[in-house]
Design a protein around this ligand. Structure first.
Ligand code: BTN
Length: 259
């Protein structure tokens, strides 16, 4: 766990490499097009390798969007896994990564919330995004965390650790801490502890029990979010009583209807 005393002073990325948790290692870059792309395309790359960069030129977000990745402020990193699970269970890694990151942030004394599929919010604003991408047997868990950025473009409903805790954070200390939690929770999922991951997810979930609108392509369902299931899917009971299973897509909490 990171202690607040260790969080001042200049960043040292060589030392960050030596602080990486067991089973992981760090490849740090000043600039990459995208840490996910680098991790997906790397040939010689054992499980636990983390690609991280100070800045991304074409950071990738969900649903073909881009991820705002200016230099010197935030964390952008991608963890390589080779899951020994059948493909139908890979969706759970998205939940496990979300829980790991939420735990890492909660251990800093903050109150994160998770919004399916894997947005991490703080005070209703987006602090972090997670993008899972796969190539053959490799699964890349890509994570962006807003750390020291104080201003965001108007179109983003975003927040940073620095804004909520009113201090500057050392990204080189935060990275090993977040990787430890994310790797640990992904391994729990891989080890079959699905119920443990799902119930931890529930503790942070902002949607379950609330009125939502869920969209998948042209389809738009209004109803109540009922649960997140064992394959990472969101279950929504439509206003007409029919149950819908979302394995991908987007969901918004209907304003004023949070119960
Ligand atoms: C989202 O749209 O919410 C997911 C954003 C994921 C961004 C991270 S930053 C590190 C990694 N590399 C990328 O290109 N994207 C992910």
């Amino acid at each position: 766990m990171v202690c607040s005393k260790c969080l001042s002073g200049p960043e040292d990325w060589e030392q960050a490499g030596s602080l990486m948790p067991a089973g992981t290692s760090l490849r740090w870059f000043q600039t990459l097009p995208s840490t996910n792309a680098a991790a997906l395309n790397a040939l010689d790359c054992p499980e636990g390798t983390v690609f991280a960069a100070d800045c991304q030129e074409s950071g990738r977000g969900r649903l073909g969007r881009s991820w705002h990745s200016p230099p010197g402020r935030n964390l952008y990193f991608s963890l390589v896994l080779y899951p020994r699970l059948c493909l139908s269970q890979w969706g759970g890694f998205s939940l496990a990564a979300g829980v790991g990151l939420a735990e890492g942030i909660a251990k800093l004394g903050l109150c994160p919330e998770l919004k399916w599929p894997n947005d991490l919010l703080i005070r209703g604003r987006k602090l972090s995004g997670i993008l899972l991408e796969a190539k053959a047997e490799k699964l890349v868990v890509g994570i962006g965390v807003n750390v020291n950025q104080r201003e965001f473009p108007d179109y983003l409903v975003a927040a940073s650790l620095s804004q909520v805790a009113d201090k500057i954070w050392r990204r080189d200390k935060l990275l090993p801490h977040f990787v430890e939690e994310v790797f640990r929770w992904c391994k729990l999922w891989e080890g079959g502890l699905h119920q443990r991951v799902l119930s931890s997810w529930q503790q942070y979930d902002v949607l379950i029990g609330n009125k939502v609108t869920a969209c998948r392509g042209e389809e738009r369902i209004q109803g109540r979010a009922e649960a997140v299931g064992g394959q990472g899917e969101l279950v929504v009971i439509g206003d007409n009583g029919i149950r819908h299973y979302f394995h991908s897509g987007e969901v918004t909490l209907d304003k004023g209807l949070r119960e």
